[in-house]
Design a protein around this ligand. Structure first.
Ligand SMILES: Cc1cc2nc3c(=O)[nH]c(=O)nc-3n(C[C@H](O)[C@H](O)[C@H](O)COP(=O)(O)OP(=O)(O)OC[C@H]3O[C@@H](n4cnc5c(N)ncnc54)[C@H](O)[C@@H]3O)c2cc1C
Length: 486
């Protein structure tokens, strides 16, 4: 068997200072019936799950197909619903060190650059209890890795080729069979574990869109009087056009400018490593305003990625209650609300919190059902909102687009009025705005959500009685420990 790499030195990205995985979670509660949990996939969802399940007292082994782990050269948005968790987990300082706090989202017309949508983001912490960050994907992955490392055994170059959901066990490409007590499928959009859970194939669906991704050194923008402001005032800027849009923002201490360009899919692949043609990218966006064309002229290479999603699944749990799904494996979504990794990380938080209560095997079914009940509706609604932005952003020029822009302008005026008059967002909710970030109810639901609070609430209202009862009928915790070994 190949030597197992030291998990702490296995990460390809530079170290992020300041991660402390020694915080107390779940009020110090740990499962008195610890499981050996096998996690398939060392993406952001798998790492977050390794941290939370480890903190909950379980033994965790993570299996990753890749020979080295890390993330691609691209940015990612960390919204308050996630930064709240990362702070709680001990990564607040690291996040602050590598993240850029955007001041606003600005939505513009593609050809003229005219601003139609504007929502301020400077008061995120005051409104939703945690900040909004733009960061490099490798930095976020490394930060999650540092949180997970003390709690996991990581097996790289370990492709899971089949699963026995009843044992439960996994078989690796090498033929090795590994048995555990429970398996978490965090194996991404092409998930094998999803097929196991559902009992049939259910491939992710093409959304019709693909993206180019590129990072431009910020000094190139700073040297140009027309572009300088994009770095000086770190906003998330979106340019909306027929069947295409661009989102751009600063990362890495405003030293890099991240650009994501959505366009009709013309046969790209679902792989981060696929190189796209920078010239084709420029041609695809040749009718965008001069500032965009200038930024794209700085791009030497680009990554291309086909965007897939999937209708919400009926269940995330195998009937054996020994295999469950998490992250893109169960709810891939368009990145147009910047919530894919966010939902995977929230999944992990809820799962860890719930399984910290485990004191007898008989409780597992109820706890896993609670996980699905808490998570499936929220992720389904987030998938829906992400799809909605595809329609909103990509309207062809014409009456519907004019109506969209008028609606966004109305919300912008309200936002600026509110700002000038020092009013609170709650005063004017802008429900159903075409600028979904102007809709205060949606913001509250998405950004103020606390995954741990949701799990604790369920326990207080339902679980304590339901699951605690199961514990009582199965005797004392000493009895449980003995029983669980039998
Ligand atoms: C263009 C774009 C922009 C995005 N922007 C944002 C954003 O701003 N904010 C946000 O929150 N989200 C964003 N997302 C979504 C986010 O990237 C994903 O939702 C997130 O990375 C999913 O994490 P995951 O751990 O579930 O899956 P993955 O990251 O796909 O990880 C799955 C892992 O499992 C491994 N694996 C797969 N099969 C096997 C197997 N059989 N055996 C062993 N290992 C296996 C893979 O190698 C991989 O490492 C964006 C996505 C895209 C495409």
């Amino acid at each position: 068997m190949a030597a197992r790499p030291d998990p702490v030195s296995a990460h390809a990205a530079a170290s992020v200072e300041g991660v402390s995985p020694h915080t107390t979670l779940y009020n110090g509660r740990k499962a008195s019936h610890p499981l050996h949990i096998l996690i398939v996939g060392c993406g952001m969802g798998g790492l977050a799950a390794a941290h939370c399940l480890g903190k909950a007292g379980h033994k965790v082994t993570v299996f990753e197909a890749a020979a080295a782990i890390g993330e691609v050269g691209a940015g990612i948005q960390v919204t308050p619903n996630v930064s709240r968790l990362l702070r709680r987990w001990g990564a607040g300082d690291a996040l602050e060190a590598v993240g850029v706090r955007p001041e606003a989202i600005v939505l513009r017309r593609y050809a003229t650059g005219e601003r139609v949508g504007y929502t301020r983001w400077t008061d995120m912490e005051e409104k939703y209890g945690a900040p909004y960050y733009h960061i490099h994907r490798a930095d976020l992955h490394k930060l999650l890795f540092d949180l997970a490392a003390p709690f996991m055994t990581l097996r790289l170059q370990s492709t899971v080729v089949s699963v026995d959901p009843d044992a439960p066990s996994i078989t690796l490409g090498s033929g090795e069979v590994v048995q555990g007590d429970m398996i978490v499928g965090a194996d991404g959009v092409k998930s094998l574990l999803q097929r196991v859970v559902l009992g049939h194939t259910n491939p992710a669906e093409p959304t019709g869109d693909a993206v180019y991704r590129a990072i431009v050194p910020s000094h190139l923008l700073l040297a140009d009087p027309e572009l300088r402001e994009l770095v000086d005032v770190p906003e998330m800027t979106g340019w909306m056009g027929p069947r295409r849009h661009i989102m751009a923002y600063n990362i890495r201490g405003k030293n890099e400018y991240n650009v994501v360009l959505a366009h009709p899919d013309d046969g790209s692949v679902e792989s981060w490593t696929a190189e796209g043609s920078a010239d084709k990218m420029r041609a695809d966006f040749a009718d965008y305003e001069p500032r965009v064309r200038k930024i794209l002229s700085f791009v030497n290479s680009t990554l291309k990625w086909r965007l897939m999603d999937r209708k919400p699944l009926k269940t995330w749990i195998h009937p054996s209650y020994k295999v469950i799904l998490l992250g893109d494996a169960c709810h891939p979504m368009l990145p147009y609300r910047a919530q894919g990794a966010a939902m995977a990380i929230e999944d992990a938080a809820v799962l860890g919190n719930l399984l910290s209560h485990l004191s007898h095997p008989a409780q597992l079914k109820s706890l896993l059902q609670a996980y699905e009940n808490l998570r499936l509706p929220r992720t389904a609604e987030t998938q829906r909102q992400s799809r909605l932005n595809q329609t909103i952003f990509h309207l062809p020029d014409g009456p519907e687009q004019e109506q969209r822009d008028a609606d966004m302008r109305k919300a912008t005026e309200a936002e600026l009025r509110r700002w000038r008059e020092g009013k609170r967002a709650a005063d004017e909710k802008l429900a159903g705005s075409a600028n979904q970030w102007a809709d205060e109810d949606k913001n509250m639901a998405q950004f103020a959500y606390d995954a741990d609070a949701a799990a604790e609430r369920w326990w207080a209202e339902v679980g304590q009685k339901q699951v605690g009862g199961l514990r009582a009928t199965h005797g004392t915790s000493r009895d449980q420990q003995v029983l669980s070994r039998l």
